[in-house]
Design a protein around this ligand. Structure first.
Ligand SMILES: *Cc1c(COP(=O)(O)O)cnc(C)c1O
Length: 475
């Protein structure tokens, strides 16, 4: 969904007045989200009021079973779709969506490989005990130290992004006498987002080789004894609904793949991630089974046209694995009605977090939804905007939502679909300590990433007096 200019249009067309402002839209919430007999929201069998008491707010809540089930369902979908075409499929969890050792354990136990794109992400995956052979490493500016570390760790594949990086890696494998499987990232000229895709001769962006240059890169890789070219890699965007963009991109990349077969076999075609999820009731994402079948069919069709064997497929979903499993809990601090004219009032609801724990609204114009989580209400739905406590008017968490008109300080507010790109994009803006991450499952809750304290923040201030004396922010 594109960002709707709130200045010109106070209520976006997609926002419907809910019949019940307490209701939980199934596509947006984890399956385990229900209200108990007192109207209190439960996630993974744990009441949000208990979560507030034990861990405070703001709080990232991650439903373990939801992550595991989505990972398994995604893997099954791509495997089944590829198998129908006589191929295999591997699913890499794109760690940048949400990375901690616990989440790496969940997804690898469910059969996923893991994608990392920095030495830090690699360290987390390795610390979790992930099999290095099932890690992929990508990024447009991997340093020599990062490439060295990846080769040393035995990372399964490295996605090469440029000629400079190619030579950097060639020197490393030669010096170490190592053999490294590599893919070549191409930029198919297709960029997709939600309902639209743009297809041009080349894409004006930093990632990857153009379709024209990729052949020379592959030829060079094939000359280096320590590099083994295993396939092309392409990633066309994020939060994509439907298969049209993927199909157009696959057609272009398969054409190149077919040409490159003249120089040797190519076992894999990696088509990246980008599968969309529902953030609001207006979103209608494509079921993963449908995406998997559509994409595998498109590749099979293009291969058949060219009389080449179907390669094994690889995918890299991030958001689609963890997005819906996460809910952020906030406490309401203040409310303020603002008259917009024409009998229209917008209620500003300020919560105790904001763009430091969820920058997506400010950064991308992302849309979210929200519910009062600590109770239900019979009050009428009121046009509202959930804002944070940062010194910035763009500090918006939920741009447009109808909340019960009696929402008040002390209410717990839950924002669903925050599992992806919130924790991983979080910051200390205004010196806000980052919230903890709590995993919930079958009635129990445990911290998987502890919250920051004020002492944590001061610990990096090299000129600050000795630590441990503030007594603030400690649990
Ligand atoms: C970000 C990224 C992904 C994951 O994207 P999602 O939209 O979270 O599925 C996969 N592959 C690459 C190369 C990426 O940069």
């Amino acid at each position: 969904m594109s960002a709707v200019s709130s200045a010109s249009q106070p209520v976006p067309r997609w926002l419907a007045v809910p019949s019940d402002p307490n209701g939980l839209v199934p596509a947006v919430w984890p399956e385990s989200a229900v209200r108990d007999e007192h109207g209190v929201l439960e996630i993974g069998g744990v009441a949000v009021t208990e979560l507030r008491e034990r861990f405070g707010t703001p709080l990232y809540v991650l439903d373990e079973d939801a992550v595991r089930q989505t990972a398994r369902r995604t893997l099954d979908a791509f495997r089944a779709a590829a198998a129908l075409r006589g191929a295999q499929a591997r699913v890499y969890y794109a760690g940048k969506a949400f990375l901690s050792t616990e989440v790496v354990r969940w997804v690898t136990e469910e059969g996923l490989a893991v994608d990392v794109c920095s030495v830090g992400e690699l360290a987390v995956a390795l610390a979790a005990g992930a099999d290095p052979a099932r890690l992929g490493f990508h990024g447009n500016n991997k340093s020599e130290a990062e490439l060295e570390r990846a080769v040393e760790a035995g990372v399964g594949s490295i996605v090469i992004d440029s000629f400079i990086e190619l030579e950097r890696l060639a020197a490393i494998v030669e010096r170490r006498g190592a053999t490294q499987a590599v893919l070549v990232r191409v930029n198919s000229g297709v960029h997709a987002e939600t309902h639209d895709f743009l297809a041009t001769a080349h894409e004006d962006q930093k990632f990857g080789f153009t379709l024209t240059d990729a052949g020379a890169a592959v030829a060079r890789i094939r000359e280096v004894p320590g590099l083994r070219f295993v396939g092309l890699h392409c990633h066309i965007g994020s939060q994509i609904f439907g298969t049209a963009g993927f199909e157009e991109s696959a057609a272009r990349v398969v054409e190149l793949h077919a040409e490159l077969l003249a120089g040797g076999e190519i076992p894999v075609l990696n088509l990246g991630g980008g599968f969309g999820i529902a953030y609001t009731a207006a979103d209608d994402p494509t079921p993963i089974e449908h995406l998997a079948t559509g994409i595998a069919d498109a590749v099979a069709r293009e291969c058949a046209v060219r009389g080449i064997p179907m390669p094994n497929l690889a995918f890299e979903p991030g958001r689609a694995i963890v997005g819906r499993a996460g809910v952020t809990l906030y406490q309401v601090g203040t409310t303020k009605p603002v008259a917009l004219g024409d009998d229209l009032t917008r209620l500003y609801v300020s919560v105790d977090g904001g763009m430091s724990d969820n920058p997506r609204t400010a950064l991308y114009g992302a849309q979210y939804s929200a519910r009062i989580a600590s109770r239900t209400s019979d009050a009428v739905p009121q046009l509202s905007r959930v804002v944070g406590k940062h010194c910035e008017s763009g500090d918006i968490v939920v741009d447009h939502e109808y909340l019960p008109a009696d929402i008040a300080p002390g209410d717990l507010l839950a924002v669903p679909a925050t599992g992806a790109y919130c924790f991983s994009l979080s910051s200390n803006y205004n010196w806000m300590p980052r919230p903890p991450v709590v995993a919930v499952r079958q009635g129990s809750a445990r911290v998987i990433v502890r919250g920051e304290t004020i002492d944590d923040l001061l610990a990096r201030d090299a000129a600050a007096p000795a630590q441990g004396t503030t007594g603030e922010g400690n649990e």
